[in-house]
Design a protein around this ligand. Sequence first.
Ligand SMILES: CC(C)(COP(=O)(O)OP(=O)(O)OC[C@H]1O[C@@H](n2cnc3c(N)ncnc32)[C@H](O)[C@@H]1OP(=O)(O)O)[C@@H](O)C(=O)NCCC(=O)NCCS
Length: 156
Amino acid sequence: MVEIADVDIHQIVELRRRVLRANDESAQVIVASDHEKGCFHLGITEDDCVVACVSAFALPCPDVASTNSWQFRFMAVDASHQGHGLGRALMTRLLAELRGRGADVAWANGRDTAQGFYEAMGFTIVEGSAHLSPETGLPHHRIYVAVTTEGETVHG
Ligand SMILES: CC(C)(COP(=O)(O)OP(=O)(O)OC[C@H]1O[C@@H](n2cnc3c(N)ncnc32)[C@H](O)[C@@H]1OP(=O)(O)O)[C@@H](O)C(=O)NCCC(=O)NCCS
């Protein structure tokens, strides 16, 4: 059973850098969205180190009508821990947290290399949303999922 808890930004900057920025010391890993009102960070900690993290903040979803949608960013599982269910556990918790905040939609700009993960988690990949991340240059699509009621469908 993994323990998932709120973490501070300073606890996850190195994980973000390592997993999402190829350990680039010059990469900007604290961004404007980290200062958005209500932004929170969740982490899975092992031996005093955060090995998985994700951050979320309220922002309208460009693709579906919603009254309370949240974008998440910097979803990362340490390379040595990938493929063991931590990502699923963290995303399940994130969606529960958002449900508790009255959210109806969660969305992100998802890396194409992680699409299989997001599909496994029930996300819709937005057709025609292909773009290169301005920060990494990597191919992304927007993705979204309904969070108000489990199993509910949101129409684009
Ligand atoms: C993508 C990532 C967050 C997934 O976390 P994880 O702990 O490795 O994934 P899990 O082991 O919880 O896998 C959950 C499900 O997704 C599937 N999955 C995970 N990564 C996948 C991938 N890259 N492609 C296809 N399917 C994938 C698993 O097979 C599993 O399916 P199942 O539960 O139906 O068997 C993690 O691998 C990661 O940090 N990758 C590098 C950074 C990254 O791409 N982050 C996302 C940025 S948008």
